[in-house]
Design a protein around this ligand. Structure first.
Ligand SMILES: Nc1ncnc2c1ncn2[C@@H]1O[C@H](COP(=O)(O)OP(=O)(O)OP(=O)(O)O)[C@@H](O)[C@H]1O
Length: 509
């Protein structure tokens, strides 16, 4: 399907079905560009979107028929479609077609404006519109789509069909869809993927499939190249959809599909986790979080109460807070930034400063472990301390762990660090309840009982007989683990911007 990439390559490939002028030729920088459609009105590339100036009242205009909800205000003759919602534009001698997403109750659906016998300037107008609509994003992405038929209590396939596929089709993405057949299948697909053939692997699932895909790419002989080449994206179709909340800024499948269409590739830190299992050191990758103590216990220790829905989390937390449960451990940390003010400064600097490059990708496999494994002596500078009263040990790579739960306010995509929050388990019940409340309010970072550090690695040795270790929400063996962060090792697709979407710090009062 090489010809589909004319616009992406910006070179006007000769085998393209139609040939708009190259984007560079049609770049419109300052003045509004107008296309006069005669009786049908005018199309204007305005600052805030594609403006449609109809000579008729909206109810009689050709635009009203397709999608009145896309335009506002309703009684005006001029309507504007924000560039973010413009999915595609294409002109042939017979038609100028503009596909865009419009809101229909709670979701976005694709709609098309079609103008017969467009004027000669239409191809260049369509190309200029695409330039504005896509900015730095790659149009017509080639996507390997993985649908977990059991994701989100079996809703993933229906969400894909109803909300995701229509948007991706309208944006002329090239789709190759596969349904995962069993646990682990997504990892196998990633391990065997033709990495030159796709721009991204899109997981229509919860956070479990992205975890498998990163690890599948990591198992390849060309792991480093594959992790740099293939971006991982998530369409929120599971029960935990943190990747989508942080990169697409939404838990809605159709909005996430638009975010994917308009998303740009970016490097993201990944962490190696080593554990000794059955006498062997096992290494895996974590893209989202590692948890020991309260969060791991709630996440994995209340699985038997799934029938309760999300109430199980609230009840689980309350039960443990009332019991003042502690989770003893020995902890050794490679600290990069310490102290809340300095962490906050590091976050601000990260958003403004230049992005640091990861090391080269010339090596084939995963990067070597600069701190060794959990089976080696502790790295220099990491001092193990015994923490008998530990309540929660939670390391994260992205601010939101689910909708409205910001644990890692200062997390940045590629600062070479995971953010580590630790809280004591022996605080007063009032303090613990206040801290729990602060997560949803967006003030967790400032809670007096929260210790917040940016770390390049750590080792944790549980000192309780049994319990849970959660890596990216998955249950891992309850044995010591060592974690080491690799700057920018992975690739994701997200809305443009240096940080994550719509998070950061609660405003100081
Ligand atoms: N066909 C299948 N049969 C059984 N398990 C599967 C299948 N396909 C994928 N899985 C497994 O389903 C698990 C859940 O994946 P998903 O990414 O959708 O996350 P989730 O949000 O944690 O799950 P859920 O929405 O089911 O609670 C993964 O561990 C994955 O390996």
């Amino acid at each position: 399907m090489h010809h589909r990439y004319t616009l992406m390559a910006q070179s006007g490939d000769s085998d393209a079905p139609f040939e708009p002028p190259t984007l560079a030729e049609t770049l419109v920088d300052d003045a509004d560009q107008t296309l006069d459609l005669g009786d049908a009105g005018k199309l204007v590339l305005a600052e805030d979107g594609l403006r449609i100036e109809s000579p008729e009242a909206p109810s009689e205009s050709p635009f009203a028929a397709c999608c009145p909800a896309a335009f506002s205000p309703s009684d005006s003759k001029s309507r504007t479609i924000p560039y973010h919602l413009v999915l595609y534009a294409e002109s042939s001698p017979s038609h100028l077609e503009i596909a865009f997403a419009s809101r229909a109750s709670k979701r976005l659906i694709p709609s098309t404006l079609s103008f017969p016998a467009p004027p000669p300037l239409a191809p260049s107008f369509a190309a200029a519109l695409l330039t504005r609509a896509y900015g730095p994003a790659l149009p017509r992405k080639r996507l390997k789509i993985l649908v977990n038929p059991f994701g989100g209590q079996g809703r993933a396939q229906a969400l894909y069909n109803a909300e995701i596929k229509p948007i991706l089709d309208a944006a002329r993405c090239v789709l190759d869809v596969e349904t995962t057949k069993a646990g682990g299948h997504a990892g196998v697909i990633a391990a065997e993927l033709d990495i030159e053939a796709y721009d991204a692997v899109v997981c229509c699932s919860g956070d479990g499939l992205p975890h498998e895909v990163f690890n599948g790419l990591a198992r390849r002989a060309d792991a480093r190249r594959a992790l740099g080449r293939v971006a991982v994206s998530q369409m929120p179709c599971g029960s935990g959809n943190a990747l989508s909340w942080n990169l697409n800024g939404t838990g809605s499948a159709s909005e996430a599909a638009v975010a994917l269409v308009k998303g740009v590739r970016r490097g993201v830190d990944l962490a190696s986790v080593t554990q000794v299992v059955g006498g062997e050191v096992v290494r895996s990758l974590s893209f989202l979080s590692q948890a020991y103590g309260l969060v791991a216990d709630i996440d994995l220790g209340t699985e038997g109460l799934r029938w309760m829905g999300d109430v199980r989390f609230t009840l689980g937390v309350l039960a443990r807070i009332l019991a003042r449960t502690t989770y003893a451990a020995d902890v050794a940390v490679g600290v990069q930034v310490e102290g809340k003010e300095r962490v906050r400064e590091a976050w601000e600097a990260g958003l403004e400063g230049k992005e640091e490059e990861e090391d080269g990708r010339e090596e084939e496999g995963l990067p070597p472990l600069r701190f060794g494994t959990v089976g080696d002596a502790l790295p220099t500078g990491w001092t193990a301390v015994s923490v008998p009263e530990l309540g929660n040990f939670y390391a994260g790579n992205m601010p939101l762990m689910s909708a409205d739960t910001t644990f890692f306010h200062a997390a940045l995509p590629r600062d070479g660090c995971f953010d580590l929050v630790t809280t004591p388990g022996d605080i007063s019940r009032m303090d613990a309840l206040g801290m729990m409340d602060s997560v949803g309010k967006g003030t967790f970072f400032d809670d007096k009982n929260v210790e917040y550090r940016k770390v390049v690695g750590y080792r944790l040795t549980p000192r309780i007989p049994s319990g849970y270790i959660s890596i990216d929400g998955e249950k891992f063996p309850f044995v010591p683990l060592q974690v080491e962060v690799h700057r920018g090792l992975g690739t994701v697709i997200g809305l443009p911007g240096k940080g994550y979407v719509g998070v950061g710090f609660a405003k100081k009062e």
